[in-house]
Design a protein around this ligand. Structure first.
Ligand SMILES: [Zn+2]
Length: 291
């Protein structure tokens, strides 16, 4: 049993080489094949994210403008409001965000229920990986920061997860979050991705406020995606023309010239976001603080 350090609550801890329990945050993890798992008898790994979609996403992530831009927006947010400890990337999927944050000097821990996601994350070079749900880790205090990057929209009861996280966060602890925005942009692409909802700024604020958080920063982003989503997803869905159930990134539906223009626009949007908030866009990025 290794009790020398805990990568969940201690930014200076190295990756333990055996199972461990942490007296500081309460976590209790087993280690097998370099991936940790919660020591939890009644654990449930049920979730609403299709495993096949996760595999397809791992291919898309490496080439997609959407994932590249979201990573840059998240990194800018974390740099502007830095955490005081490791960021627990809850529902972190294939580790695409965690790898980007780690590459820029931030400590992360990937927490992902699906074995497909954790094995891809491992192959991407991440070493602090827990296969499981946040509520199974046993963390009850001393956590500094959590990332929920396009996670909340998959949950029937997002408030339950936010309350579990709040219990584990130190006062002033941060939650970085991204969600799909604009309810009127709902299409078959949302349903296929396992989304339960698209958020408005008001509904996101209300959710976090009711769970004991206060806003630190928020903005829409992906302003340029509203028109393509309307044209290629929402209108075909409303007209019942869209039957394609494959998961594709929006830009692969665009002609090459438009893709090139979109790429340039997203880079401009990233620079604008560093200086101001944007009132519309197909996603929201926000930081909330534990009250
Ligand atoms: Zn700990």
């Amino acid at each position: 049993m290794d009790t020398s350090g805990c990568f969940l609550c201690d930014i200076h801890a190295s990756v333990p080489r055996s199972s461990f329990s942490c007296r500081q945050c309460g976590a209790s993890l087993d280690l097998q094949d370099h991936i940790f798992s919660p020591r939890c008898e009644n654990g449930s790994t049920a979730n609403n994210y299709p495993n096949e979609a996760g595999k397809q996403l791992s291919v898309l992530e490496e080439t997609s403008l959407w994932f590249r831009h979201r990573n840059e927006v998240i990194l800018d947010l974390v740099e502007k409001y830095p955490p005081s400890g490791p960021i627990i990337d809850v529902g972190g999927g294939n580790g695409f965000v965690s790898r980007h944050l780690e590459g820029h000097g931030f400590q992360t821990v990937l927490v992902e229920p699906l074995a497909g996601g954790t094995s891809i994350a491992q192959s991407r070079g991440l070493s602090k990986i827990v296969q499981g749900q946040f509520g199974e880790l046993g963390c009850v205090r001393s956590i500094h920061a959590v990332g929920l990057f396009d996670v909340l929209e998959h949950l029937d009861e997002p408030g339950e997860l936010l309350q579990q996280i709040r219990q584990a966060l130190d006062p002033g602890g941060l939650v970085y979050v991204t969600v799909p925005a604009c309810r009127w942009l709902w299409s078959t692409a949302d349903a296929f991705a396992g989304h339960r909802v698209r958020y408005t700024m008001d509904s996101l604020y209300h959710l976090f406020h009711s769970c004991g958080y206060q806003p630190v920063h928020s903005s829409h982003f992906f302003t340029t995606l509203i028109l393509p989503i309307l044209l290629f997803r929402v209108i075909p869905t409303r007209l019942r023309l869209r039957r394609d159930q494959s998961i594709r990134s929006f830009e692969f539906e665009l002609p090459m010239l438009l893709r090139w223009v979109t790429n340039g626009y997203l880079r401009v949007e990233q620079q604008v976001l560093k200086r101001m908030t944007i009132p519309f866009g197909s996603s929201i990025a926000a930081v909330f603080e534990r009250r």
